[in-house]
Every structure is written in C-alpha cells, then in structure tokens.
Design a binder for this molecule. Sequence first.
Ligand SMILES: Cc1cc2nc3c(=O)[nH]c(=O)nc-3n(C[C@H](O)[C@H](O)[C@H](O)COP(=O)(O)O)c2cc1C
Length: 205
Amino acid sequence: MDLKQTIEKRASIRNFTDEKVPVEDLKELIRRAGLAPSVNNSQPWKFYAVTNKDILSKMAIKVSEKIKELPSNQSIASKNVKSQVEWFATFFENAPAVIAMVMEDYESVLEKGVNLSHDEINKLRNFPDMQSAGAAIQNILLSAVDLGYGACWLSAPMMAKESLEKILDIESPYHLIAFVAVGKASRELQSRSKKPVDEIFKLID
Ligand SMILES: Cc1cc2nc3c(=O)[nH]c(=O)nc-3n(C[C@H](O)[C@H](O)[C@H](O)COP(=O)(O)O)c2cc1C
C-alpha cells in the first residue's frame, strides 16, 4: 500500500477478530518502529509483544481497579465518565496482541556540560523522549495498516503503570510508555473526521 493510502486509511481500531498475529508480523512492526527518529539517535526503547490472554486480562483488571480508585468529583456525570474511560483503557485485553513500549532515559549531550538534571533538560527541550516515542508508535500504527491489521495507541492504561510494570517484569532503567493494541479489525471503521488543512496550516513566508 502506498504511504498516502496508508495514512488516509489508518484509524484507531478497538474491536478485533480472534485471529492471532503471527510473531513474524509482530517482529516486523517492531523492526519498523525501530527505524523511527529518536533524540540523538538514542533509540531508548524496547517493545514487548504480549499475546498471553491471562497476562492481558491481569493487566486490564489492574487498570480497572486503578480507575475505580480515582477520586470522583460531585458531578452526576462522574460514574459514567469513569466507566467510559474504563472501557477505553481496558479493551486491549480483547486484542490478539498488545505491544508494550518501554523506554530508558536518554543522556542528552547537554547533561555533560550544564548543571541541570536530566528531568530539567528534558523539560527545557520539550520532552524529546516522548516525542521520540510518538514517532516510533506512529510507525507501528501505519505499518499495522500496511500489513493488513488494525491498531490503537493507548495511554490510558498507564494510569496503572506500576502494577503493569510488575506484571510485565519491566525493571529500571526501563519504564512503560504506552500500549498499542493490534489485530484484525472485526469491522471496517470509517476514519474519524479531521480538520481541513486550511484550518491547521499557516505559512510563515
Ligand atoms: C497519545 C495518545 C494516547 C491515546 N490513548 C488512547 C487510549 O488510552 N485509549 C483509546 O481507546 N484510544 C487512545 N488513543 C486513540 C485516540 O483516541 C484516537 O487517535 C483519536 O480519537 C482519533 O481517532 P483516530 O485514531 O481513529 O484518527 C490515543 C491516541 C494518542 C495519540
């Protein structure tokens, strides 16, 4: 599929068939993720492909528990909001595969010569670590379409990051960044409506 078509076809897929994603395809998605740009070419990432149903379900339970623990406000909507968020944070348990992206802190060149902490420099540079992560994840999403799959980027489960890291045996210096659910879409999904280009483009000539 050409790049333009792939970009135009991509949409977040949250409902999957039971068809397994072969390991070779998972590996190809990760290979392409690894080709993404990263700050100083640090490639501070690793990707765990989770296909074990028990582990996926254990993780979803931890995420649900965490959402239930969040302090509710007084609004009537509060209960609905939580159950809606819970679905968007836990549907990954029904995906044939979930890619968990982990990253370690990269050491910026600035750290060698400036008396600022890693976190301060990272903030000053507008979080290049997270920007790098986004580039790699987008490669996975587009490659999933290219290989005939659907995928969805998830940050909501990260609310239960500590528990998820324990379940996945993720240890320092690595920490969990995001999930990508992958599988065959159980139904065709129309792309979400997007702003027209004239609304988001400004030429500074
Ligand atoms: C950083 C990021 C985090 C996201 N987290 C979630 C999530 O936790 N759960 C979910 O269902 N979708 C999540 N999404 C998907 C967005 O909801 C989706 O991209 C958006 O609604 C636009 O739809 P589209 O991807 O079909 O164009 C996330 C997307 C991004 C970029």
